[in-house]
Design a protein around this ligand. Structure first.
Ligand SMILES: Nc1ncnc2c1ncn2[C@@H]1O[C@H](COP(=O)(O)OP(=O)(O)OP(=O)(O)O)[C@@H](O)[C@H]1O
Length: 468
């Protein structure tokens, strides 16, 4: 632990000075000959302050327990469903500045692996010995949630917010300790990094109201989960639904981030192009929940040729490996590379003090937060949610008007029942009727509030669609 405690300090503005993505057309701005619009110009002195990270996954297994359903049948003995074994003893190690691709056939456990690494599982489903960062074991999913950024396959972006507002709301939730001015600076720098300055004031949009493009939307999703500058970023199929150029741009962006900021990126992907493969440091290929390859593209090509196959010219090694996945599964080549990784020394065991997601900070936040500070934090969150809610309502005036009219008409209709009601027994019975009606109309809300006695954030997600 002591080795982790004396990091060099970096202010948030210093850290943000690294420009990763630019919309400039100037040729000298570009570092990538292939595509693009990326450049990064870190001041040389900053490199010496960068902190290295090591993420180790050891024998991670995951079994899905069947839901306990109540059977109302007394005649037939209902068969209890078997537990579903999804992941079997997954092991791999990755370090700063690496992009790891998790690949494999559909339903093989890629998303499940990413969700566990991102701490999106229940406490009782989490094995505290399975994941460590900088050789410090992660003891709970909450700790992982603080340290890792997670971009899910489906985003939760609100169509009626602009790109800048979306990032600003994420900053308000995740960077509570920052001043509003610093948050705005962080958002501006992130907009620049992600190449989103030109759409900063455009609405995100959805299918009905056209907004920003698919690639830009994906970059906004990445920005939402990168706002607190997490050392590890996990992405579930960040290129799905994108054309090859946009997909390449997303991977180039991630590559720039990992290199300039010494981050770790782990992502799942289906059928990446040749040009995407060149940015990937390591491939973790899964089949039936087990690792069948853990290593570089060259090592994969070597394994394929050792098995006696020749990769067809129209396919890359990863695509071809999906075709011979059964043979790879039988060969069991992966363990050699993972063992080699384990023996490598890890030189930089330290954590940056200024990053709120540091492991010690995450640990203390998970255990020592007092009840009053939690209440205060929830109150602040509710205020942020209300302001966002009113902003959206204000922008959908017709809907707001329709709902207000509906409430007024309903209210007056219900109220008219009380007009000229007598004070005798019959009148009392007639008064009960509207009460009963309003109780029924409140049922959905009651159900949400009652639902599973959940965390207030989960309720907020149900009621207001807040990203967790
Ligand atoms: N909550 C759940 N309930 C039932 N089955 C589940 C659940 N979560 C995962 N599974 C099953 O576990 C397996 C792995 O799912 P997962 O989503 O991780 O696969 P994947 O490799 O990401 O698939 P894809 O590439 O199609 O997204 C699948 O067979 C899936 O049906």
């Amino acid at each position: 632990m002591a080795a982790c405690l004396n990091p060099p300090r970096l202010s948030s503005t210093e850290d943000d000075s690294v420009i990763l993505f630019s919309t400039s057309n100037s040729p000298q701005d570009s570092i990538s000959p292939s595509s693009s619009s990326f450049h990064h110009s870190p001041p040389p002195s900053l490199h010496q302050f960068r902190t290295a990270y090591k993420l180790s996954v050891r024998n991670l297994s995951y079994t899905l327990q069947p839901y306990k359903t109540t059977s109302f049948s007394f005649c037939h003995q209902s068969k209890t469903p078997e537990p579903l074994n999804i992941l079997n003893s997954i092991s791999f190690v990755t370090r700063s500045s690496e992009i790891v691709v998790v690949a494999g056939p559909s339903g093989t456990g890629k998303s499940t692996l990413l969700r566990i690494m991102a701490g999106r599982v229940k406490d009782e489903e989490f094995d505290p010995r399975s994941i460590s960062i900088n050789d410090l074991p992660m003891t709970s999913p909450a700790q992982l949630r603080k340290i890792c950024g997670f971009v899910a396959q489906e985003d939760n972006l609100l169509p009626m917010l602009t790109v800048r507002e979306t990032l600003l709301f994420s900053a308000k939730f995740r960077l509570k300790e920052m001043t509003p001015k610093d948050r705005e600076l962080r958002v501006e720098s992130l907009l620049q990094e992600l190449g989103l300055l030109h759409v900063a004031h455009s609405f995100v949009g959805d299918e009905e109201n056209r907004g920003i493009s698919g690639g830009e939307r994906k970059r906004v999703s990445i920005g939402v989960d990168m706002i607190h500058n997490p050392p590890i970023l996990l992405l579930d199929e960040p290129t799905s639904g994108l054309d090859s150029t946009s997909a390449l741009q997303v991977i180039e962006l991630l590559s720039s981030i990992v290199k300039a900021k010494q981050r770790i990126v782990v992502l799942s992907i289906h059928q990446p192009s040749y040009r995407i493969l060149q940015y990937v440091s390591k491939f973790l290929i899964l089949s039936h929940g087990s690792v069948v390859h853990n290593g570089s593209l060259e090592q994969l090509e070597e394994t394929i040729s050792k098995l006696g196959f020749q990769i067809p010219t129209q396919l890359n090694a990863l695509e071809f490996s999906m075709e011979i996945i059964r043979r790879l599964e039988d060969s069991g080549s992966m363990y050699e590379t993972s063992i080699i990784e384990e023996k490598e020394p890890f030189p930089h065991l330290m954590w940056p003090e200024e990053e709120n997601c540091g492991i010690q900070i995450a640990q203390s936040q998970c255990t020592k937060e007092s009840f009053s500070s939690l209440c205060y934090a929830y109150l602040i969150e509710i205020l942020f949610l209300c302001s966002r809610f009113w902003k959206i309502i204000y922008r959908t005036k017709q809907l707001f008007l329709a709902r207000t009219l509906q409430a007024l008409v309903g209210g007056f209709g219900l109220g008219s029942v009380y007009v000229k009601i007598g004070r005798d027994e019959g009148g009392v019975a007639e008064r009960e009727l509207p009460h009963l009606h309003s109780s029924w109309s409140l049922l959905p809300l009651l159900r949400i509030l009652h639902s599973k006695g959940k965390h207030p954030k989960v309720l907020a997600f149900h009621v207001l669609r807040v990203p967790l």
